[in-house]
Design a protein around this ligand. Structure first.
Ligand SMILES: [Fe+2]
Length: 186
């Protein structure tokens, strides 16, 4: 009989990281994807926003400066979504939102990306921790997701508390190297 060797990465009782975190570097990078704008005037905006391969749609409306997912109410620690088997393709349809992306498989793991209404589509590869903060007036974001066959919605929308995942916390803590900024200024 062989003894089970505990993971060296996580303390006992902490959640096991999904498979993409154990995959070799580099993980696929996030992308900003342009799309065809047939007409873009103050009175009429007509775009083809088709994302080939998308097989699931979700929409998130923030009425004000909301944070998704919300910070941990006890400690204030940032919390993140991570989809093991889903690619997100996010388009701001109204208002603006700032995304915080962490992928421990990227050479530079922490990026902050600005999403503007009618701007490019943000593609977030599976296995990427992500959270977003809306502008004061809120925002409406359409996600044209690509879900792998058999993906479980419960697992895809699990929330990860950074204070309970040492590597994630180390990358996003105040003492870590500053994130790379994309369309954002301090
Ligand atoms: Fe997502």
């Amino acid at each position: 009989m062989t003894a089970t060797v505990p993971s060296p990465n996580l303390a006992a009782g902490l959640p096991e990281l999904p498979a993409p975190h154990r995959s070799p570097r580099p993980a696929p990078m996030f992308e900003m994807i342009p799309y065809e704008k047939f007409r873009d005037t103050p009175s009429v905006r007509f775009f083809d926003i088709t994302v080939p391969g998308s097989n699931a749609r979700d929409m998130v409306v923030h009425a004000g400066p909301a944070i998704s997912p919300p910070n941990d109410p006890g400690s204030g620690a940032w919390q993140f979504y991570l989809h093991p088997h889903q690619e997100d393709n996010l388009l701001a349809m109204h208002g603006g939102r700032t995304f915080y992306l962490v992928n421990l498989g990227w050479n530079y793991p922490f990026h902050i990306v600005r999403l503007e209404s009618g701007g490019d589509i943000l593609r977030i590869p599976p296995g990427t921790f992500h959270r977003s903060v809306s502008d004061p007036d809120g925002s409406l974001v359409l996600n044209q997701a690509v879900r792998e066959e058999g993906a479980s919605v419960v697992r895809e929308f699990r929330v990860y508390n950074s204070s309970r995942i040492p590597r994630l916390f180390a990358v996003t803590s105040r003492t870590a190297p500053l994130p790379k900024l994309h369309g954002v200024s301090w």
